[in-house]
Ligand binder design. Structure first.
Ligand code: FMN
Ligand code: FE2
Ligand code: FE2
Length: 411
């Protein structure tokens, strides 16, 4: 990637993480992921957020600085919106080049940054509403948005151009190709990035959705003309599109979401799969969309994204060694850790002699306080009988009706 001008005196420097890497060591990146850093040039120069310290990444940043005529030694301020190493890892390299700069950071951020880096440099603690005048009409204003997944998060607004440097919030997985701007992407590409924003949200920040909702509210009160996040496209034609998407996703934290049913299923010998078919027919008969994921084939990253935006969830799995089919337990455990709450739910499955899957399901839902509203489960010995298949069709319809009445209306 080349450095790009976002607005007058404001530049995006960006490096892409490759598709073979796992974000946070666990989330797949089938479309890669961009790490965006921003340079603001007034009379003084500031860099807002950086990149990770993986092979060649800080060097890419320095090469892009050279392209825009910024000598690394001339950087006066290093603004750290968020101390997570995907944005700060480069500091290890930078601190070897120069220490003649000021770190601009929140109090919570400083405590964290000191734990990760040898931060014996000047620093300036900022709070909401504080500003730094860079000269030549460039002014940085800081707003704390704590707990958008780490305690220290804040956003930086360049007031002259109305550019919000938002770090993780409004971020999306997906590499940037030639240009980072929304107005250079066609509708299909934008939809792709929106899907990757959903997956990013559900994998990285959904556990903290009340804090995300508060951060979005705060941003909505700021004079923002461009949203420039730490990951994914820069929204300058339609900044409201990503702001509204994040607001909507944060509102799904309590359970009701889109009128969609996520179906997670696994089987050893096909009995559970055959019994799932009438459930899917029943849901379809009510005109409700399903998103169907087999385990262990589907990565939990995608199941999380699907479940987060769904109002309903169907779990279809047999009993295995007195408990549930293990890949289902793994997926449910992850939904529990991310507190995917308040879904309208239904479970079915086959067993051989005494069952046990249901007991483990109840235990997971209870332990994570998920508050799922379950229809009565349907369990069957071996293959489901014809009357059970009819019952399963009715359960599908009933679930779909409940989903339609509980789902949030699209704004
Ligand atoms: C490895 C293994 C372990 C099982 N453990 C149990 C069990 O603890 N309790 C039980 O009731 N059935 C158990 N079963 C029986 C299955 O639940 C039963 O075969 C069921 O029909 C499988 O559903 P499926 O065809 O959807 O895979 C086990 C089966 C297998 C292969
Ligand atoms: Fe982060
Ligand atoms: Fe990040």
């Amino acid at each position: 990637m080349e450095a790009t001008q976002v607005a007058d005196g404001l530049f995006c420097l960006s490096a892409n993480l490759g598709t073979g890497l796992l974000f946070e060591g666990m989330w797949p990146l089938p479309r890669g992921c961009s790490m965006n850093s921003y340079v603001v040039k007034g009379r003084e120069v500031a860099i807002v957020d950086g990149v990770c310290d993986w092979d060649g990444v800080p060097e890419t940043l320095y090469a892009q600085m050279a392209q825009i005529g910024v000598d690394v030694h001339s950087i006066r301020y290093v603004v750290i919106n968020h101390t997570e190493p995907d944005h700060t890892g480069w500091l290890k390299s930078f601190l070897q080049i120069t220490r003649d700069f000021e770190v601009v950071i929140t109090q919570k951020g400083l405590e964290l940054a000191r734990a990760f880096y040898d931060l014996e440099v000047n620093y300036r603690i900022v709070r909401s509403g504080d500003t730094i005048d860079l000269g030549n009409g460039k002014m940085l204003r800081f707003e704390e948005t704590p707990n958008v997944h780490w305690p220290d998060t804040m956003v930086t607004l360049e007031t002259g151009t109305g550019t919000l440097l938002s770090c993780d919030i409004f971020g999306a997985f997906g590499a940037l190709e030639q240009s980072p701007f929304d107005d250079r992407l066609d509708e299909a590409e934008l939809k792709c990035f929106e899907a990757e924003a959903l997956r990013y949200f559900a994998n990285i920040v959904c556990r903290f959705s009340p804090s995300v909702a508060r951060a979005v509210e705060k941003v909505k009160g700021l004079p923002v003309r461009i949203v420039a996040p730490g990951h994914g496209p820069i929204w300058r034609r339609d900044p409201g599109r990503i702001i509204d998407l994040y607001q909507r996703l944060a509102s799904f934290g309590g359970g009701p979401a889109e009128p969609v049913v996520t179906v997670v299923w696994g089987t050893m010998y096909g009995n559970t799969e055959r019994a799932l078919a009438p459930v899917l027919e029943g849901i379809a008969a009510e005109g409700v969309e399903t998103a169907v994921h087999q385990v262990p084939e589907t990565q939990v990253s995608n199941i999380l994204a699907s479940a987060w935006r769904s109002t309903g969830i169907v779990l279809a799995m047999p009993t295995y060694e007195f408990r549930m089919f293990p890949p289902m337990a793994a997926a449910l455990e992850e939904l529990g850790r991310k507190v995917v709450k308040g879904k309208v739910a239904f479970r079915l499955g086959s067993f051989g002699w005494s069952g046990g899957a249901q007991r483990e399901l109840d235990e997971i839902v209870e332990r994570h306080k998920l508050g799922w509203n379950f229809l009565e489960p349907v369990e069957f010995k071996g293959a489901a009988l014809p009357e059970q298949l009819e019952l399963l069709y009715e359960r599908g319809r009933e679930l779909a009706r409940r989903v339609k009445s509980a789902a949030l209306r699209q704004q």
